[in-house]
Design a protein around this ligand. Structure first.
Ligand code: ADP
Ligand code: FDP
Length: 741
């Protein structure tokens, strides 16, 4: 990856207006209206010829939602049995009170997925004869779930077509005949009655979860403790649609960046571009992945250098790609590249701590020993949390010295931790001048490889929102009762930083530009190589802040669950079938306002049958979501394994994370194959319901809940319960619903 290569990410499945979309499957329609500011309670709506958009009944028209201040949006899926879709825009109140103004001109029409005609303006004639005119943008996207599936196949063989029962990989249940409006009308489910407490988790400002400064722990000038938290309340926007993104690759350090545009989403295919296997001439070296929590590769059982006892019970320390990269890199890479420092750069309130925390969570989950060092935490410990904006002035020599000092202390700690075996250190501070970055590079010389990760945001609205979040969340303002005073102080601090700011132009770097805008964004990559930087770039390209829920549930109880047999591919028990019905009602109610959600199952019957009754959303089968493969133990009870294979039973009990069933999988293997699922869950902007299995859901849940690897095999994952993960601008929150005992 990186040097010398160019990327064109124009792999989107989106098609512009007027293209031919003939060819089966459902149609994703995205409609936008620009510059509409509400007139009284009139909101733009869409109605048309299919039941989904009201069957020409204006009272059942679908309301458009405000996507940004001036843009209104509506997207929905037209089932495959509707070859023609006629529709119009109209203005009316959501509760059908008052006037209903249908747009002028002929009916708009999609035929076989292609838009007929090119009317880009919607004209509304008011009773007063005044004409309102708005630009509209209409896009249709044929069968994006197939593209989704195909893109994953391209780089990971986990998603294979299910040949077993003749069920296609992607399917959608139409609404039942004679019930074209869906049954939600008659559904009087109160979802709140099913809510059960979540395991103790709370929203904690990410910086508080970072490493506790070692060098300041024992009386090193500490003036004040850290860890204060404030409640967070934010408004949750509607998911926005996917916009433009660019990826830029610099050929040589001195070259100007090349920008490659991608209309629509950045597809997963882009991972191929960042091939970890290419070693370019001017690449500075490879990074070492030593696998899970181990300071070296654990040798195989046959290795003679291991003591007998160790050899006998040795289990792989890492699995799949992580292990392969570890071996290759350890043999090829220079010593200092065995440790990687990701050094954040950016003005305050640009998402540095947020990004650092998210990256830490991802890398740890993948099995890389990773720590997040937050210089702000060091500053607060050494100088207290109540420093005013003047402390951050560029012409305040004491302030400058104090800030450099705490940065150096944090860097010292990070390097010391790496020398004890730590692999990836994430160094979180503004690091906004080249002088500061030079200091860090000098300290890192011969000890670790530095990659700068700069977050740039040019959207004043996002900056404003971030500043407000900062005042609510940051321990710096925990003792400031007056929000306005805190706000003004933070703005002055920001001004001080802006005067001194020098964008990164040196060394290896990744620049994230406007990635939080919802309008796509740009990632620039310079002088980067190796397995881990490749993974990091790919992860960052796919993450975003669009709020949406992810619902995780095990399948309904299976016949094998009743018999206590593991694995297998049996159908549901009676109780399991009841759950399938309840789940479908739940999803119908919970996602009734969502038009682009999707349902993911494994390729095993028990999950497919559990999702079977959910109507109106595309269903995607992932082999990666299949249950842990119990190999020779598949179909046995735990008692039978204990009796007939006591050594296997004991080995698993000793180290359930690393234990691999003979001819089957370990939890580590499961985590490796789930990586594309995690990336896809990060990339999706619409809600997703994942119906899967105990071991797989433990691994997925651990990622979102930031649970350590060693706990994964022991996480409680009850049947007949839905875990709702809410992704949003403040991170991840959780809610649980227990539909039955
Ligand atoms: N790439 C990004 N650009 C802009 N804002 C972001 C980005 N990533 C996250 N955010 C938002 O920025 C808010 C403040 O982020 P924070 O990490 O505390 O800022 P910083 O560490 O830069 O001062 C987060 O709550 C999040 O909503
Ligand atoms: O790792 P442990 O705790 O054995 O849990 C995984 C097991 O859970 C089971 C049920 O016992 O999963 P599921 O029924 O959810 O598909 C087994 O099939 C699977 O082997």
């Amino acid at each position: 990856m990186g040097t010398g290569s160019s990327i064109n990410l124009d792999t989107t499945s989106s098609h512009g207006v007027g293209e031919d979309h003939a060819g089966g499957g459902q149609l994703y329609v995205s409609l936008k209206m620009e510059n509409y500011s509400p007139k009284g309670n009139l909101v733009p709506h869409v109605y048309g010829s299919v039941p989904l958009v009201g069957s020409w009944d204006a009272s059942k028209a679908l309301p458009m939602e405000r996507e940004s201040t001036s843009m209104w949006e509506l997207s929905f899926v037209v089932p495959p049995n509707h070859e023609t879709l006629d529709f119009k825009f109209l203005l009316k109140s959501k509760d059908n009170n008052g006037p209903c103004i249908v747009e002028e001109g002929p009916t708009r029409q999609f035929m076989g997925g292609a838009l007929q005609g090119v009317a880009r303006l919607a004209l509304f004639r008011l009773i007063t004869d005044e004409v309102l005119e708005y630009r509209v943008c209409i896009k249709a996207d044929r069968v994006s779930p197939f593209d989704l599936a195909a893109s994953w196949r391209a780089y990971q063989e986990n998603l294979e077509p299910s040949t077993v029962r003749g069920i296609p990989d992607v399917s959608i249940n139409a609404l039942p005949e004679g019930d074209e409006n869906g049954s939600s009308m008659s559904l009087d489910l109160d979802l709140e009655q099913y809510v059960v407490p979540t395991p103790p988790t709370s929203v904690v400002y990410a910086a508080n979860l970072t490493e506790t400064p070692r060098c300041l722990q024992h009386g090193g000038g500490v003036t004040k403790g850290d860890g204060s938290e404030k409640g967070v309340s934010v408004s949750v926007d509607r998911p926005t649609s996917i916009k433009e993104r660019e990826v830029v690759v610099l050929e040589k350090e001195s070259d100007p960046p090349k920008v490659y545009h991608a209309s629509g989403m950045v597809e997963s295919k882009s991972v191929g571009t960042f091939s970890p296997l290419q070693k370019q001439d001017n690449q500075k070296g490879l990074l070492v992945d030593r696998g899970v929590g181990s300071s070296r590769l654990v040798k195989s059982a046959s290795a003679t250098t291991l003591p007998d006892s160790e050899a006998k019970n040795s289990m792989p320390a890492a699995a799949g790609a992580v292990a392969a990269a570890a071996v290759a890199d350890q043999m090829l890479g220079p010593k200092e590249d065995m440790h990687l420092a990701i050094v954040l750069v950016g003005l305050p309130a640009r998402g540095k701590t947020f990004t650092a925390a998210k990256l830490t969570r991802y890398l740890r989950w993948l099995g890389h020993d990773t720590k997040h060092f937050n210089v702000g935490k060091y500053r607060r410990l050494k100088h207290g949390a109540n420093l005013c904006a003047d402390f951050f002035r560029g012409d305040n020599p004491e302030g400058m010295e104090a800030r450099n000092e705490v940065a150096a202390l944090a860097m010292d700690d990070m390097i010391a931790w790496m020398q004890e075996g730590g692999q990836v250190g994430i160094f979180d501070a503004t690091n906004s001048t080249s002088q500061r970055r030079n200091m860090l590079m000098k300290m890192a010389e011969g000890k670790c490889k530095i990659i700068f990760l700069e977050t740039i945001c040019n959207d004043p609205q996002i900056i404003e929102r971030n500043i407000r979040l900062k005042i609510q969340q940051s321990p710096d303002y925990a003792e400031e009762p007056d929000f306005e005073a805190g706000y003004q102080d933070f703005k002055r601090r920001l001004d001080n930083y802006e005067k001194m700011y020098e964008p990164v132009n040196e060394g290896s770097y990744i620049k994230m530009i406007d990635m939080a805008s919802g309008q796509g964004g740009q990632i620039q990559v310079n002088n980067l190589g190796g397995y881990l930087p490749g993974r990091i770039v790919f992860f960052l390209v796919n993450t975003h802040l669009t709020p949406r829920p992810i619902l995780l549930t095990r399948h309904g109880e299976s016949r094998d669950n009743v018999r206590g047999r593991i694995g297998g591919d049996t159908v549901l028990s009676g109780q399991g079938e009841v759950y399938a019905k309840k789940l479908s009602n739940f999803v119908e109610k919970r996602l009734k306002n969502e038009r682009a959600a999707s349902i993911w199952t494994s390729t095993l019957q028990r999950t497919i049958l559990t999702a079977n009754q959910i109507v109106g959303f595309p269903k995607i089968q992932w082999r990666a979501l299949d249950e842990i493969n119990a190999g020779v133990c598949d179909g046995m009870t735990y008692e039978e394994i204990k009796k007939n294979m006591p050594e296997e039973y004991e080995s698993r009990k000793k180290d359930k994370l690393r234990y691999r069933y003979p001819r089957g999988e370990s939890y580590l293997d499961v985590i490796q194959r789930l990586e594309p699922v995690i990336i896809e869950l990060e990339r999706q902007r619409a809600p997703v319901v994942v119906v899967s299995h105990q071991a797989v859901l433990r691994a997925l849940y651990a990622y979102f809940a930031d649970r350590p690897l060693k706990e994964i095999p022991h996480i409680e994952m009850p049947l007949h319960t839905i875990i709702e993960i809410q992704m949003g601008v403040t991170g991840v929150q959780e809610k649980r619903y227990k539909l039955m005992d």
